[in-house]
Design a protein around this ligand. Sequence first.
Ligand SMILES: [Zn+2]
Length: 162
Amino acid sequence: MADSSLLSQCDCGAVAGPLGVCVDYYHAILAEEQADPRMYRWHAPVVCAYLLQHPSRAHEKYLDGQFRQLQLYLDKGLDALLSVAAHQVAWNKRGAGSSYDMAPLAAYAPLPSGGPPRHFRATFSGLPVRDGSFVADGHPAYGHHIEAIAEATVESWRAVRT
Ligand SMILES: [Zn+2]
């Protein structure tokens, strides 16, 4: 991104943090989690929440599945989401195509039309970074921050409907 100065505002409505706007945080997370298997456990909610907060960077046809994955994560926890993701990988390997297998996600609300929301109460550029790390305060603390972003994402998208 050309403009990630301290004063810039992200397209999700967030104010930039010390690392820049959300995309700068997102890339830093992706880089750090590659070398940290415990941190990588939150990869799926990180990707889903980032794309749902910045849908202009996403493939529109996947956003509905990503919205449902976040709801499953908040409803049943990270292990349940990881199990659905593993199921998804197996399903794709059987040659069923590249779209999401919606069966485990069918119970959850579809993505409302009329988005994207203009504001989220928790954002990527608001994530704490210490000594260049997102997990300097421990993995559980990082997980709580990601969960808060996931909650904020689902909450704002649900509000789009009304
Ligand atoms: Zn943003």
